[in-house]
Design a protein around this ligand. Structure first.
Ligand SMILES: *[C@@H]1O[C@H](CO)[C@@H](O)[C@H](O)[C@H]1NC(C)=O
Ligand SMILES: *[C@@H]1O[C@H](CO)[C@@H](O)[C@H](O)[C@H]1NC(C)=O
Ligand SMILES: *[C@@H]1O[C@H](CO)[C@@H](O)[C@H](O)[C@H]1NC(C)=O
Ligand SMILES: *[C@@H]1O[C@H](CO)[C@@H](O)[C@H](O)[C@H]1NC(C)=O
Ligand SMILES: *[C@@H]1O[C@H](CO)[C@@H](O)[C@H](O)[C@H]1NC(C)=O
Length: 591
């Protein structure tokens, strides 16, 4: 009976029929790993054991390019405007905000545990999870846990952890990513015991701090490249960050504070190249860990019953767009992140480069793989991990609130004080973004709290250097703005993108998955291409436009302009709406 139920659940989840019990799931989450400086190319074991044996999703995105909000997104399947955990520290974020928003009683670890999994966590979970608040309350939902704690989370050689909720212990002279790996092997053995003993599957999250910057908070804040283990220090001597067209460009790019960035000099460039070398060295510990986890699973006969998902919380830039090392930006470097999955039924050696997926899809994906029901408050949907075909959604909504904080030593000027230290934190880094990708078009659209807008046609401008909506638009190389895409002119396209952003910026649940359906409830418009039909031109022209009233450090909907949008109701009713605006101005808002 029990077995049959499992088979039925497996069938529902699209699992291979051979899998008669629920699979184990291991989620490896690095910290600030890039794809655009090709970090995956420098992880040979990850390539051998995960990429060659599984599927790589090259169009995978985080929805908020900073650690804690992104990790909450991962653990809840909800966008940040719904979790309202939008920063790394209180009042807008950090572990205390995760708790006060009720998520310590309502997250992926707990759901998996309640569905009969043994659950484990090793490494960093959130920012501002500290030696003082780790037990107030404890993180719920994990059968076994070992969390690195602030204020020493980002010290590679002298850090503090709490093991299964015990009093914090400090480890001096141990390399943090190796320590996290060692804890992961212990939990893995526990998990494998459970499988052996009574067929209890396990779910394990392993979150080493590599390749995050080394940050020492006290007595004075210092940030710099990550440290590496001695055995990796000799590597990558000749590595240089790829000199792509957006690498320290002659002309400034972007908007808001980014457009003010001076060009980096040779001293900074040399420092930045070494910075990335250190990141690659620190990732070698993670690379070795991946291989060891695979080997242990194989030895235990569980490799074919285990999914391994590899990603990071957010991307990273170093020198692109003249930026000092850091994240928090809306460029592709910061939001497009590594994503690899191997496991039963997942096509081996496949690269999916046309399907768009995001971190909001991870919790639904894991729940579905475990045969658990999807939650109605998920803002994402399971990724089609078992399918070889390259089709799927075309949009991801991104968002950000607050500061951008450079992490290299040259990014500091002491102009804006932050976290007891001299980091120059750039305000006005609040924005909404929309990434659209299909076989026919590839666009990035953003509206900032300064009401500056960005639009890149990434088919012709993959490095995001030519903001079509900038003050001084440069001539596009191939197709000029006159006919942006599918034969439609710039304003026509922007009207559609803006309407889609209007839906995405406050969407909940299914509306985030199927935003066009919110505007076109008949279901005849499911993509930007569909929405571009000329018969909708007047309708889209009339939509309220995304516009901020001020730059805030957290989520205050009042500062973020219109929330409601018109619903297309077939022309006739649409016309009536204009005739009778005073009867009920809300009549068309079917949200
Ligand atoms: C988000 O959290 C902040 C800080 O607690 C609060 O001031 C703000 O009102 C919240 N926003 C929403 C939409 O709940
Ligand atoms: C290591 O960390 C502990 C706790 O944060 C601190 O008290 C100690 O001074 C540090 N030791 C060294 C050598 O940095
Ligand atoms: C290069 O730029 C950095 C950061 O602005 C500055 O501190 C340094 O003095 C400059 N070096 C040279 C040689 O100009
Ligand atoms: C932030 O944006 C506001 C509104 O555009 C502007 O008035 C202010 O000067 C900006 N602040 C900084 C530090 O750039
Ligand atoms: C329209 O809807 C908004 C949001 O639900 C509400 O605050 C407002 O009072 C409504 N206006 C009218 C005239 O019903």
């Amino acid at each position: 009976m029990r077995l049959n139920l499992r088979v039925a659940l497996a069938a529902l989840a699209g699992l291979p029929a051979v899998l008669s019990s629920r699979p184990n799931i291991i989620f490896v989450l690095t910290d600030d790993q890039d794809t655009h400086m090709n970090s995956l190319d420098h992880m040979p074991l990850l390539q051998k054991y995960l990429m060659n044996e599984g599927t790589t999703f090259t169009k995978h995105y985080c929805t908020v390019a900073i650690c804690c909000p992104s990790r909450v997104n991962l653990l809840t399947g909800q966008l940040s405007h719904n979790t309202n955990v939008t920063d790394v520290i209180p009042p807008f974020g950090g572990y205390p905000k995760f708790v006060t928003e009720g998520y310590n009683d309502n997250h992926l670890g707990l759901w998996m545990q309640e569905s009969g999994y043994n659950t484990y966590y090793a490494g960093k979970i959130f920012n501002h999870h500290t030696v003082d608040n780790y037990n107030a309350p404890y993180v719920r939902g994990f059968t076994g846990s070992d969390f690195v704690l602030d204020p020493t989370t980002y010290q590679y050689w002298n850090f503090t952890t709490t093991h299964n909720g015990a009093a914090p212990q400090t480890f001096l002279g141990t390399y943090s990513p190796d320590f996290t790996a060692a804890r992961a092997y212990e939990f893995l053995d526990e998990g494998l015991n459970g499988v052996e003993k009574d067929n209890t599957p396990f779910f394990m999250i392993v979150a080493p701090i590599a390749p995050h910057a080394e940050v020492i908070l006290y007595p004075t804040m210092k940030a710099g490249p990550p440290s590496s283990a001695q055995r990796h220090q000799h590597l990558f001597r000749d590595y240089e960050i790829p000199r792509t067209p957006n690498f320290n460009p002659e002309e400034a790019s972007g908007v808001s504070w980014i457009a003010q960035q001076p060009r980096l000099n040779d001293t900074v460039i040399a420092y930045n190249d070494e910075y990335q070398r250190q990141r690659l060295r620190s990732l070698q510990s993670v690379d070795e860990m991946v291989a060891k986890i695979v080997k242990r699973l194989d030895d235990a006969g569980q490799l074919d019953s285990t999914y391994i998902i590899y990603t990071t919380d957010n991307g990273y830039h170093i020198s692109q767009h003249r930026l000092h090392p850091g994240k928090e930006c809306s460029f592709e470097t910061d939001i497009n992140v590594p994503m690899v999955i191997r496991g039963p039924g997942v096509p081996a050696g496949l690269v999916k480069d046309a399907v768009v997926s995001s971190h909001t899809d991870i919790a639904p994906t894991i729940m579905q793989l475990a045969g658990n029901p999807l939650r109605p408050d998920f803002d994402g949907q399971p990724m089609a991990v078992h399918e070889a075909v390259n089709s799927g959604p075309e949009h991801v909504g991104t968002e950000f609130w607050g500061y951008a904080i450079p992490e290299g030593k040259y990014g500091y000027s002491g102009k804006y004080g932050f976290i007891d230290g001299p980091a120059e934190a750039h305000p006005n880094n609040t924005y909404k973004g929309l990434r659209i990708e299909s076989a026919r078009y590839s666009l990035y659209y953003a509206v900032w709290c300064t009401n500056e807008r960005q639009l890149y046609n990434m088919k012709t401008d993959p490095y995001q250097m030519d903001n079509i909506l900038g003050d001084t638009p440069k001539k596009s190389k191939t197709s000029g703005p006159a006919s942006l895409l599918l034969g439609r002119d710039l304003e026509t396209v922007v009207d559609r993108l803006d309407a889609l952003m209007l839906v995405m910026k406050s969407c909940k649940g299914h509306a985030c998955i199927d935003p066009w359906r919110q505007i076109h409830p008949r279901g005849d418009v499911n993509s930007l291409a569909d929405a571009l039909a000329p018969r909708f031109d007047a309708f889209y022209e009339r939509q309220p436009k995304v516009a901020f009233t001020s730059c805030e450090l957290g989520y205050f909907p009042d500062a973020e302009g219109p929330m409601d949008y018109h619903v297309f109701s077939g022309g006739v009713l649409d016309h009536i709406r204009e005739q009778l605006p005073l009867v009920d101005p809300n009549w068309s808002l079917w949200t």
